[in-house]
Structure formats: structure tokens, C-alpha cells
Design a protein around this ligand. Sequence first.
Ligand SMILES: Nc1ncnc2c1ncn2[C@@H]1O[C@H](COP(=O)(O)OP(=O)(O)OP(=O)(O)O)[C@@H](O)[C@H]1O
Ligand SMILES: [Mg+2]
Length: 306
Amino acid sequence: MIQFYHVQKRYPNGCDALTDVTLRVREGEFVFLTGPSGAGKSTLLRLLLVMERASDGQILIGGRNIHVLRDSSVPYLRRNIGVVFQDFRLIPRRTVFENIAISLEILGIKGNEIERRVNQMLEATRLLNRAQAYPGDLSGGEQQRVAIARALVNEPAILLADEPTGNLDPELSHEIIELLLSINRKGTTVVVATHDTALVDHYAMRTLSLAKGQLIEDRPKSARAEKFLSGSHSDRGATERQTAPLPAERLAGERQTGPIAVPGSGGILPLVGSPFSSAPVRPTQPVPVLDDLIDEPNDGDRGGEP
Ligand SMILES: Nc1ncnc2c1ncn2[C@@H]1O[C@H](COP(=O)(O)OP(=O)(O)OP(=O)(O)O)[C@@H](O)[C@H]1O
Ligand SMILES: [Mg+2]
């Protein structure tokens, strides 16, 4: 699903953020990306999102070489990758429902379908009773769950989370990781960047460790991780018991055969069966505006609020 071959990233200031990184993340895997501050975790995620381009090496997502991806095709790639940032990046003057719905609006999806999918995500993230609240009225954990719901509502094949527990206390951190695990159990490939080694050790999932831009360890998941992957532990945040097949079985059984036919993109990713519904997202118009909307000035009817 994700492959790095001898990837190097040197920023214009001469900083070598990544040096000769080679790694592979398979479809349906759950991977922690860890390492101290400045190790290159966020840079690696930014390369996957083509927010930055590698200086050397190759990066493949779903078999496609994103090194040679045209700028105009980047939005199509990003629709297959959900992202959760540490600072949540919610739109303050929009309700929880509207913050999640925005990912679907920009794809041109119709109202009834938006309502169905957003409600599904609200339920999955236990936010149904907060649907009409504004981000400023939510706890940190609730805000992070909204950010996760928004990242997942258009059913991406991959979820990247950059320090998703960075602002949360330990109890809420576990809740968020367990939510991400429950999402992974439904088939989404999940990569979580975190410097929280206690969290990483607790879950014992596969762990890629970076230090000074180099991949210094690729630790496979331990036997203990299986209980989290199977959902058989007494989880706090998981939204449902394990009833779905494991990712590999699910992908074998449900995976669509062809690539997404994305106009003008040449088809960016192989189509992975959606974790949340059987209907794949088929982008209808090239309107990559989520970032613009997140960054828009807070001058609407909730103007002036924090
Ligand atoms: N835009 C940039 N321009 C120049 N140097 C950068 C830029 N972004 C990051 N760096 C440098 O690249 C290195 C890796 O940074 P990165 O943000 O990827 O690390 P990180 O592992 O995510 O750290 P943290 O845990 O603090 O988030 C650091 O030395 C950082 O100073
Ligand atoms: Mg970082």
C-alpha cells in the first residue's frame, strides 16, 4: 500500500529531515511511526500527502509512484488519504455535523447521502449527541474524534494521524488509539506518528522508529498486539465488537477489481473496499478546497468566537 525506496528529504534550508528511508506498509496494517522530536515523522507523512516532495528516492502509494505525480493530480491522491492533525484543524464557526460533512460536500455528494454517512461517522465516533455543538464547546478528546470522523467520512484507503494524542491526557489518548484500531479492524490502513513511547509499547503494534531522519528500527507487532487487532481486549473507545473479518480476509473478499477511474488522474489508487459502506467514493469534480475552508477566516455567523 505504501512503499518508500531510499527516500531522502532535504529542506531548502539544507536540513536533512529524512535520509535513505526504505519501508513498506501493507494494506490493512496498523503502524506506529515513532522517534524523538525532529526525527522526521511529520516529514514522512507530509511526503505521503505530497505536501512536500522527496529530494531523492521513490514513494509508491497503491502501486503508483507519487514522485512523478503532477500537481494537478495531487487532490485525487489526497481523497484516498484521510489525515488527522495534532491541532485538530476544525472550522470554529461550523457545527460538528458540518465539520464532518464538508469532506463530502467538496466531493459533490448529495444531501441525503451526506446525512447518512455523517450520522454513521458520528455514531462510530460516539458523537451523535454533539452533532450540533461547535468545536469551541467540545473537550479535546471530542475535538480529536471530530477530526477523525472528518478524515474518515469519505472512506479513504489510508488514514494518517500526526500526534493524534499529543494534546490529550492518557485516558483520552487510549480512547483515540482504540478508535483508530477499530477503524483499522474494518480495513483502513492506519499510520500513527507519535513520540509517546508508553502508548507505542502498550499496544505492541508494528513500530517504525526514526532517529535523525533515519529508519533505525522496524519492530513487528508482538503477540500481545493481536488482542488489540482482534478487538478482544476490554476496549474503552472502540465502537463495536469485532464482527467484521480481518483486513486480509476482507480485502480478499470485497476488494474491487479495478482502479478508481478518476478523470484526468490516470487512476491514482487501486480501489480498496470501503470500511464503512459498500459504495466507493467516486470523486465527481476537482474541487480540492478542504484546506482552504479550514484556513478560511472566522468571519461568519459565529464570527469572533474562539
Ligand atoms: N519546512 C521545513 N523547513 C526546514 N526544515 C524543516 C521543515 N520542517 C521540518 N524541518 C526539519 O526537519 C527535521 C524533521 O522535522 P519533522 O517535523 O519531520 O520531525 P518530527 O519527528 O515530526 O518532530 P516532532 O516530534 O517535533 O513533531 C527537523 O530537524 C526539522 O527542524
Ligand atoms: Mg511532527
